[in-house]
Design a protein around this ligand. Sequence first.
Ligand code: SF4
Length: 484
Amino acid sequence: MPHEIKELNEECGLFGVWGDPNAVPITHLGLHTLQHRGQEGAGIVGLTRTGLRRHYGLGLLSEVFAKPADLAEIAGNAALGHVRYATAGGRLLENIQPLLFRFSTEAMALAHNGNLTNALTLRRQLEDTGAIFHTTSDTEVLMHLLRRSPQPGFIGQLKEALNQVHGGFAFLLLTETGLYAAVDPNGFRPLVLGRLPDGGVVICSETAALDAVGAKFVRDIEPGELVSVTAAGVHTEQYTTHTQLSVCAMEFIYFARPDSQIHGVNVHQARVAMGRRLAQEQPADADIVVGVPNSSLSAAMGYARESGIPYDLGLVKSQYVARTFIQPTQALRELAVKRKLSAVRAVVEGKSIALIDDSIVRGTTSMQLVKLLRAAGAKAVHLRIASPPLRFPCFYGIDIQSTHELMAANHSVAEMRAMLGVDSLGFLSTQALEESIDLDPSAPHHGLCTAYFTGDYPTPLYDYAATLHKELAQLTMNVSEVSA
Ligand code: SF4
């Protein structure tokens, strides 16, 4: 998947099934479709005849579930699955989700996508009153809050716990009597509800995973919503009404699959619209438009359509490169790019190229791509980025929590142009990004979180407020600068 190249990683993909005898294989199939959201670990908990059982491990789904018995031993009528990229908590086996908790009377499995902004404070408070944690993951905090809640009944306890955690989260919880789903009050991370042909219910991170298992899309789960799926059917309620839709813009720019719909907007079409606006805002004197495979191809199509410059296949991606973990050194990262992408000399030689990429994080990938194109004879490279410069850290579930790692936070666009070795460099404006996706024109930022670009965080940052304050004090950038 392209996500290893970008050096930008999201935490997780979630997939849960209730009420189907093939719940475990369906979950396995669904997780394959969500593998781009996390490649460092995977797990499935199945509701078997003897209760909840888990199979999990580090690595890709195909590595963790290497033999049929891995699925057969957890088979049952309900399942909860997870693919993980580690951020808060690090890469430890005990942090691989779903987390499975066994109590004297029952068992529960919990999976999470996102990042809690007050998990450290809550954990400290819980530990001070005797709680013992088994993982370093922020996810475990929710279970402690749930079990300690004095509210009568499971749903009351869950609602109280959900009101105590803050940040970006989509939770799925499986018990022996139900599957429960909750989304944070801003809906940073997507979660959707679907129906299997035989009546079973699916809840998962992206609609593409519903399609993969033959489930029908029912609806998006809304900010602040708690959905319960039990023998009594599907029940929904708000655990809070203090909500404001702010879907992570990076879902549209980069993370989500092009065949997914988020709150009614198709990801591919949103990217095409971004490419069109980019062509209007940042025209280029080029012979051909080339997109960086795969996540930038939709935007490149939009750029070509709007500018009238023909699209061509100047870069190809190797389909069968063995997985590389996040590369620890710059030199290794550069080699990884070379193994995955190559330039088509017959297409690019002697041409002036409008190279379309979806974003620039550290700049490593872009630098390598430009070198590849020049080595293949490109006459000029005009780099156009279908999102605004990434200048601020994310605390809602993307693994960039420091401005040190972000090229655009530390350099002007003119400096970036020189460092990347391109003839010109242009980014999409934040306004054009918001209008291209256009989730909800009446909401702030059109229903998106654009904090990565603007520093305008839609929630208080709790444990991260001091970090951000320190980071911002060092920033000298003009945040509205988008071209050079
Ligand atoms: S800060 Fe950026 S990456 Fe994080 S949720 Fe907002 S848009 Fe997404």
